[in-house]
Write a protein that binds this ligand. Structure first.
Ligand code: DGL
Length: 270
């Protein structure tokens, strides 16, 4: 048993999709979350910058004596692949748990992957799916405008701008006949309702944040690291820009489960 917090990080709000599920599956755990809102987006940056940012984010969480680090970010998981070897605590990114779930879900062996430009260029999801089953047809599409839409609160399924952008990006993926789409960036589940209302009901959407939280719970259990407290856990949120925008979208997204402490920190010190 270990009552230290779980550390979760992302470039911004996207990792909250993992936090939301952690609150469901492990309600007694304490969570320290870092959203790098001052440097979002990561997905349009170079590999070396993404790796440097990821390492700083993980170091910030380690300072909080976390018992596990979750990179709740498709971009970091796809690019900073060595992070797991450099950390003194268990680590997971989002790519493996999400690919397992998608491979299980598809019936016609046609999977769509949407993510940031860095993620799609890395082919991380496609390559892992092919390592399970080379016959799966994978259609990849980057959606660089999704992260700014989410970070700026354009998350309603009725927002005409959000709908237009979704239509533009997903047209090719839907036409390729996929029965499953991986939301390979953790920001995307925040607009899952909007995506669903544009593409209809026939396609299974795989939520990378949710699958990662379920997988992280499994790792903690296997390593005997679960919190044995009977109390509801606490969430501490840290961001690298002003907390306002984060707080309002996070409040809508996490609802009553949202702790109202959001603190700004200087990530360049790590
Ligand atoms: N949530 C991050 C991801 O999963 C967004 C990356 C970005 O900031 O572009 O890829």
């Amino acid at each position: 048993m270990n009552n230290a917090p779980i550390g979760v990080f992302d470039s911004g709000l996207g990792g909250l999709t993992a936090v939301r599920e952690l609150l469901n599956v492990l309600p007694n755990e304490n969570i320290v979350y870092f959203g790098d809102t001052g440097r979002v987006p990561y997905g349009t940056r170079s590999q070396s910058t993404i790796k440097r940012y990821a390492w700083q984010d993980a170091k910030f969480l380690l300072k909080h004596k976390v018992k596990m680090v979750i990179a709740a970010c498709g971009t970091v998981s796809s690019v900073a692949v060595n992070l797991k070897h450099d950390l003194p605590v268990p680590y997971t990114g989002v790519v493996s748990p999400t690919c397992f779930a998608a491979a299980k879900a598809t019936r016609n062996k046609k999977i769509g992957v949407i993510g940031t430009t860095a993620t799609i260029n890395s082919h991380s999801y496609r390559d892992l799916i092919h390592s399970f089953d080379p016959e799966v047809e994978v259609t990849e599409q980057d959606c660089p405008l999704f992260v700014p839409l989410v970070e700026n609160g354009f998350i309603s399924k009725d927002d005409p701008i959000t709908r237009l952008v979704i239509e533009r990006y997903l047209d090719k993926v839907v036409k390729s006949g996929v029965d499953t789409i991986i939301l390979g960036c953790t920001h995307y589940p925040i607009i899952a309702e909007a995506i669903r209302s544009v593409i209809g009901d026939g396609i299974t959407l795989i939520d990378s944040g949710k699958e990662t939280a379920i997988y992280a719970a499994k790792i903690l259990k296997e390593n005997n690291l679960l919190n044995d407290s009977a109390e509801k856990g606490t969430c501490e949120f840290f961001v690298s820009d002003t907390p306002d925008g984060f707080e309002s979208v996070a409040g809508v997204f996490l609802g009553d489960n949202m702790s109202h402490t959001v603190e700004q920190i200087n990530i360049e010190l790590y």
